[in-house]
Design a binder for this molecule. Sequence first.
Ligand code: ADP
Ligand code: MG
Length: 262
Amino acid sequence: MELLNVSKLSKEFGGVKAVQDIDIVIEENEITGIIGPNGAGKTTFFNLLTGIYSPTSGEITYNLEEEVKSRQLKPQRMARYGIARTFQNIRLFKEMTVFDNVLLGYHSNMNYGVLSSILRLPSYFTGEKQASDKVTELLRIFNLLEKKNEKARNLSYGDQRKVEIARALASDPKVLLLDEPAAGMNPNETNELTKLIRWVKDEFGLTIVLIEHDMSLVMKLCDKIFVFDYGHLIAEGNPESIQNNEKVIKAYLGGDYVAQAK
Ligand code: ADP
Ligand code: MG
């Protein structure tokens, strides 16, 4: 089933055409990859999907609740309607514990504003068993339970990325958008993350869209890949067709991509 339909989507910043005339359909329960050189418009595309930016022109239609379809939602409210994301530049509360960071994701799904959650933590919310069970389960899945009382700032970069994904999952989303989830990870961490993404997708019945430069992760995980270049969609297809696409090799993958992908 079609979960998201993007039609003739464009975004300009002054003279910069960051996203130009993009048509994309995203299917439910698939993992979709967005790849392309730096500056190609990938993050801007996510910011349009989550309502952080409004399009210069074009349409975004989610097959979710009416409120999302209308695109009038504030980004912090998107999570309540089933869309959660992580950021290219990790956005954790570095002085808060790992546990509390993930707990915030849980509460972004409720009627409390994120701010009031912060102000009332930890005394009020940690008393809520349902929330704490959910956070504990996620931390166990991400192999972070032993670090739950550490401040986020003390974790490795790879672990911080996992905390961000756990936080996004805590809101119980239908759609998970990951902006360069493996950035800064070593090959072992990337390998572990690849398996985790597949596992949580099946376990929680998610639709996942991910932006990533690590081709081993992209080619192993994605059902379908879209390639951006200078704001344009230059190719789409399954991993095999993308790896063999001349335009993509020229614009992005280059001569040694096969070695990278192994
Ligand atoms: P990618 O994520 O593919 O590396 P981005 O979407 O971050 O690319 O950026 C695409 C282009 O849009 C770049 O030229 C970038 O400088 C520009 N851009 C992105 N966000 C803004 C903004 N808020 N204001 C002005 N220019 C922006
Ligand atoms: Mg980006």
